[in-house]
Design a protein around this ligand. Structure first.
Ligand code: PGA
Length: 250
């Protein structure tokens, strides 16, 4: 199966950049079968969808409201609205959401449910911080984070995406070692097999300072089905190099 490469723009870019990016991406991916997703800020999702047209790149949202349906929730974007904007996937539980917006397992469980019910594929992000890593508590932390997924197990799609993103490796230039990634991915695969219903299968992404220089090594690790790329995804040339590494391994 092809490795999945997702670029997460976070709070970067503007309408002009989205336009130029898609134009460059189109040329860069010409004749290159690959599995790619791009997550731009909410505001630019419809533009991204329209510009991509038939280019086989998935539109990914960076977050979704925890509230079901529609209603008086000022500033919120519902799962149905994201579907309407052309989104196929949504990141849920990114460590920046957990850190800056205090999103806990209860909130994330609601977000997961909203996404699944609207037919969006959640990409559930988990990861320990530096202190938890140093204290050797990371398996417990990850286990706790998986509770939100377990709580909505009956609503999950057949393929369940989970991204392991150690907080200490995000935006720091510090990548987890091959051993650390392989160890956690093996742990997650085992836990997910226990947690998920038999009709579901889990696929795992790694994220945290992934760039073209380290993508090959990471993508080659057992249990790594793709990468979630932040800052390195902001330039098409760099993203393309990562996609090429992923392609070479498919
Ligand atoms: P980074 O971000 O690649 O800039 O470390 C990854 C992420 O937060 O998804």
């Amino acid at each position: 199966m092809r490795k999945f490469v997702i670029g997460n723009w976070k709070m970067n870019g503007d309408a002009l950049e989205v336009h130029e990016y898609v134009h460059e991406l189109k040329t860069a991916l010409e004749g290159m079968p690959c599995s790619v997703g791009v997550a731009v800020p909410f505001l630019y999702l419809p533009q991204l969808t329209a510009l991509l047209g038939r280019i086989p790149v998935s539109v990914v949202a960076q977050d979704v409201s925890q509230f079901k349906g529609s209603g008086a929730y000022t500033g919120e974007i519902s799962a149905a609205m994201l579907r309407d904007a052309g989104c196929e996937y949504v990141l849920i539980g990114h460590s920046e959401r957990r850190q800056y917006f205090d999103e806990d397992e209860m909130v994330l469980q609601q977000k997961l449910l909203c996404a699944c019910e609207a037919g969006l594929n959640p990409i559930y992000c988990v990861g320990e911080d530096l202190n938890q890593r140093l204290q050797g508590e990371f398996f417990q932390v990850l286990d706790k984070q998986l509770e939100a997924l377990e709580a909505v197990r009956d609503h999950l799609p057949a393929t369940v995406w989970v991204a392991y993103e150690p907080v200490w490796a995000i935006g720091t230039g510090k990548v987890a070692s091959a051993e650390q990634i392989a160890e956690v991915h093996a742990f997650l695969a085992t836990r997910l097999q226990e947690i998920l219903p038999a009709r579901c299968s889990a696929r795992l992404l790694y994220g945290g300072s992934v760039k073209s220089a380290n993508a090959r090594e990471i993508l080659a690790l057992p249990g790594v089905d793709g990468v979630l790329v932040g800052s390195a995804s902001l330039t098409v040339a760099e993203l393309r190099r990562i996609i090429e590494e992923a392609r070479a391994m498919a």
